[in-house]
Design a protein around this ligand. Structure first.
Ligand code: C5P
Length: 392
């Protein structure tokens, strides 16, 4: 932690006293610490305690003369922002981008990684509003430590306790964890493609982009420079990733080729195999008494196979095989045919597409590994670690 700049936001919770012990630990580890105290936080710990322990002035008021531009400077200063304790209120302000106080404004303006340690009554933690805010923040890359379960100040028990200072320090150390993919460029495709029938209508599929986006985020977390080429999706951009949006398979291929060279490419997009051979410039008309128009299809380019034969072929080329039967046999055949190094094979006969869990087999030229059914983020983290080992 030596030389790391940590901006600690202390919001309103009985557990705010633990923030003081956390500052002592951080400083003992050689970190530089500045603190922002919210209005609620100031009900539980004093500005004087924070100033004494950080050895720095404490920031409280968005409109104080020294903060009026200072909030941007403050947002740019840290290597990481830690919100501990994080009340339900600050989680809501973060999730919805409400720049209503200094803490929420700095959180909106910072590009530093953010670690959040919630502390609140179990009923407030379990409330669907809080859970929705937490899901939104996690999807944007905010890292959570806790809450822990146990006895609470109000003689209740349940999830909502602030994690202990040493656990928070360990979570922060993990945030600064090893970056084995630093200096590597990763290309990831994600989402469906939309193939126009006319200016209004298109052919598409049920891909949500969740697995591909999670892979992009996991590679970035290990230090890779990531270019994510995404078809139309309704999920947020992963943090720390350069995103290019496309509609069609042809556009996705062009964007991939333009992004080369890359050390690794992961083709997770559910690219449409076919497109309407002729996309009408005007809306197709339904005329009374006439039969429906036939739709002639043309073959789309295969992006994975094109990358497999490319002069700038990535050193490690990874594809997916979404199958509904004979998953492994079909995936092995695809590995050969498309000239890639690994295939993640998954059975999509259930609720994988659009769902949050995925079960894959990792198929390499050496053999087949069965991975357990895992959240898509964990499949992504595992894959990113394997990629880092392979490129080491
Ligand atoms: O042939 P199939 O669509 O099952 O192959 C799936 C794999 O090939 C995925 O990695 C997908 O991203 C990739 N693919 C592609 N371009 C296509 C079709 C599939 O890159 N036109």
């Amino acid at each position: 932690m030596t030389g790391r700049r940590i901006l600690l936001i202390v919001s309103g919770s009985v557990a705010a006293y633990k923030a003081l012990a956390f500052i002592r630990l951080l400083r003992a580890e050689g970190a530089e610490v500045q603190a922002i105290l919210t209005e609620g936080g100031a009900r539980f710990v004093t500005r004087e305690s924070l100033a004494a322990l950080t050895g720095q002035p404490v920031h409280q008021d968005l409109w104080a003369a020294e903060e009026s531009i200072g909030h941007i400077r403050l947002a740019r200063w840290p290597d990481a922002v830690v919100v501990a304790p994080a009340s339900a209120g600050i989680l809501a302000r973060m999730a919805h981008g409400l720049a209503s106080d200094l803490a929420a404004t700095v959180l909106l303006a910072t590009r530093a990684p953010v670690l959040v340690a919630p502390a609140m009554n179990p009923a407030m933690w379990e409330h669907p509003a809080t859970q929705a805010n937490v899901a939104l923040l996690k999807a944007r890359g905010v890292v959570f430590a806790g809450p822990a379960e146990g006895p609470m100040a109000e003689a209740e028990s349940g999830p909502g306790r602030l994690v202990e200072p040493d656990e928070l320090l360990a979570a922060l150390a993990r945030l600064f964890g090893p970056r084995p993919l630093a200096g590597r460029h990763a290309l990831v495709t994600s989402g469906p493609t939309h193939e126009a029938l006319d200016p209004i209508r298109y052919i598409a599929n049920r891909s949500s982009g969740r697995q591909g986006h999670a892979i992009a985020a996991a590679l970035a977390a290990l230090g890779a420079r990531v270019t994510l080429i995404s078809g139309p999706v309704a999920i947020p951009d992963p943090p720390g990733v350069s995103v290019q949006r496309v509609q069609t398979a042809a556009e996705m291929l062009a964007a991939c080729e333009a992004a080369l060279p890359a050390d690794v490419a992961v083709c997770a997009a559910a690219v449409a195999d076919w497109r309407p051979a002729q996309a009408g410039a005007q809306k197709l008309k339904k005329r009374p008494g006439e039969p429906p128009p036939p739709i002639a299809l043309a073959l789309n380019p295969d992006i994975l196979a094109t990358l497999g034969q490319h002069a700038l072929r990535p050193r490690l080329l990874i594809g997916f095989a979404a199958e509904t039967e004979q998953v492994i046999a079909h995936a092995q055949e695809k590995l050969q045919r498309k000239g890639c190094d690994w295939i993640l094979a998954n059975d999509v006969s259930g609720d994988v597409m659009g769902g949050s869990l995925n079960q894959v087999h990792l198929i390499t030229r050496e053999g087949v590994e069965e991975w357990p059914r895992l959240p898509k983020e964990e499949v992504a983290a595992r894959l990113a670690r394997r990629i880092a080992e392979a490129l080491a």
